[in-house]
Design a protein around this ligand. Structure first.
Ligand code: ZN
Ligand code: ZN
Length: 435
């Protein structure tokens, strides 16, 4: 739809009396119409109606026209979509990554209704990507596969016949682990979109973000606020959302104590900041001078070095007036961190299980879980709203991700580093140099 047509549609919705003086009736409308202006800007793509009253400041009235959708509203931005692109592909389970420079890119005509093509600025690398490549989870990835689920980029095309798209061509969006869900099953309706039986998972059962272009879904991409750097936003889309949601559902109140094992790591350092943002007191557990400095700088109230501590449970009790912590957000890949949490949580405390180790089991004491009324809750990434909240907090400066920037061609080395545990913080792959 062109701008002129949009204006006509808007005029129809507003009623001809305001816009056409010959049809205006009554003194109010005659008074109003000369002061009315309609502006449609390419940046907002929404008609803005301004009314200038003589004795008042400019009033912004809501436009009653339906918001034009990308599929029916021509944008001033146009993108040239190449036929081939660079993409990092896992050809078979457990094999190393192959970076191909002639991987096909879907055209607008190839996109199904509801799909969008995102030209990526960058993508974060997550430990989950390694599980997908190695195939060591109870769930199996669709291989051959392009991994990656922390992508940020511009929407360059949207499938035809996409009704009421919440995003449009030119919008900068994030692609998270949960690429799409049906939004109409019991799980989706209850806000657990992640556990939808029809969930599509980026870089797992649909191709992800380790490529210049990724196909995603208009209903699930996360809008990235203007001014928030793409590289800063990338890791918020998985690591940030995951810890933010765990904290949000941890049944804590401002001032409560939360224990964060692995606080100096990729997820942990974001958890420290989100916890402080929502007013919790943080006990950071990790090891080494560098991580200690980072955690304390980020606002941790208590630091415990697990290699130096003789008794972590006693240390936590000592820090919390002998009562124990209100919650623990455990992201560890082994079971020991979970068992220990049952011991240091105060009665009524909540253990949030967040890590996704393929094999480990949780051997909690049933007696003490019951006797202390402990809640053990699993928290799995986040839904659209969790993602929006996590990104918005980071965009406002409440949380800052510490990352190192690498190139897509470095991905095989990054996987090796993740396997050996030699990578500290998050890794973000810059894709803009390729574009
Ligand atoms: Zn992830
Ligand atoms: Zn569903």
């Amino acid at each position: 739809m062109g701008i002129a047509k949009a204006s006509r549609g808007l005029a129809k919705c507003l009623g001809t009396s305001l816009l056409n003086p010959s049809k205006a009736s009554g003194p109010r409308n005659r008074f109003l119409w000369p002061n009315l202006s309609i502006t449609i800007t390419a940046s907002s793509n929404r008609p803005e109606v301004k009314y200038r009253a003589p004795n008042y400041r400019s009033l912004h009235l809501p436009a009653f026209a339906p918001t034009p959708t990308s599929s029916n509203f021509a944008m001033s931005k146009t993108y040239t979509i190449p036929q081939v692109q660079t993409a990092a592909i896992i050809p078979e389970k457990g094999s190393s990554i192959v970076v191909k420079h002639d991987h096909p890119v879907k055209t607008q005509a190839d996109l199904a209704p509801g799909e969008c093509l995102v030209k990526l600025h960058c993508t974060g690398v997550c430990h989950t990507d390694l599980h997908a490549a190695l195939g060591d989870w109870p769930l199996k990835a669709n291989i051959p596969l392009i991994g990656g689920h922390e992508g940020v980029g511009d929407i360059v095309a949207i499938g035809s016949h996409t009704p009421n798209s919440p995003v449009k061509v030119g919008d900068r969006v994030g692609i998270k682990w949960l690429a799409d869900s049906c939004l109409d099953c019991e799980q989706c309706r209850k806000g657990r979109e992640q556990t939808c039986a029809h969930a599509k998972l980026s870089g797992f059962n649909v191709d992800g973000t380790f490529a210049q272009y990724a196909v995603s879904y208009v209903r699930h991409v996360t809008p990235i606020p203007e001014g928030f750097d793409s590289n800063e936003a990338a890791s918020i889309l998985c690591a940030g959302v995951t810890v933010y949601r765990a904290l949000k559902y941890s049944q804590t109140n401002p001032g409560d104590w939360v224990v964060l094992p692995g606080a100096g790591g990729g997820l942990g350092h974001l958890a420290v900041q989100y916890a402080k943002y929502i007013g919790l007191r943080v006990i950071a557990i990790d090891t080494g001078e560098e991580k200690k400095k980072l955690c304390l700088k980020l606002g941790a109230d208590v630091w415990i070095d697990f290699k130096e501590s003789k008794d972590i449970v006693a240390d936590i009790n000592a820090a919390t007036d002998g009562l124990g912590a209100h919650s623990a957000i455990v992201t560890a890949a082994s079971s020991s961190g979970y068992q220990q949490a049952i011991e240091y949580l105060r009665p009524g405390g909540t253990l949030m299980a967040v890590g996704l180790p393929g094999e480990a089991t949780l051997n909690a004491s049933i007696f003490f879980t019951v006797f202390k009324s402990i809640s053990i809750l699993g928290s799995y990434v986040g839904n659209r709203q969790d993602a929006k909240e996590a990104v918005d907090i980071a965009a406002r400066g409440g949380v800052k991700c510490h990352f190192i920037l690498k190139q897509l061609d470095d991905l095989a080395d990054v996987y090796e580093g993740l396997t050996k545990g030699t990578i500290s913080g998050r890794v973000v792959l810059d894709m803009r140099s390729k574009n």
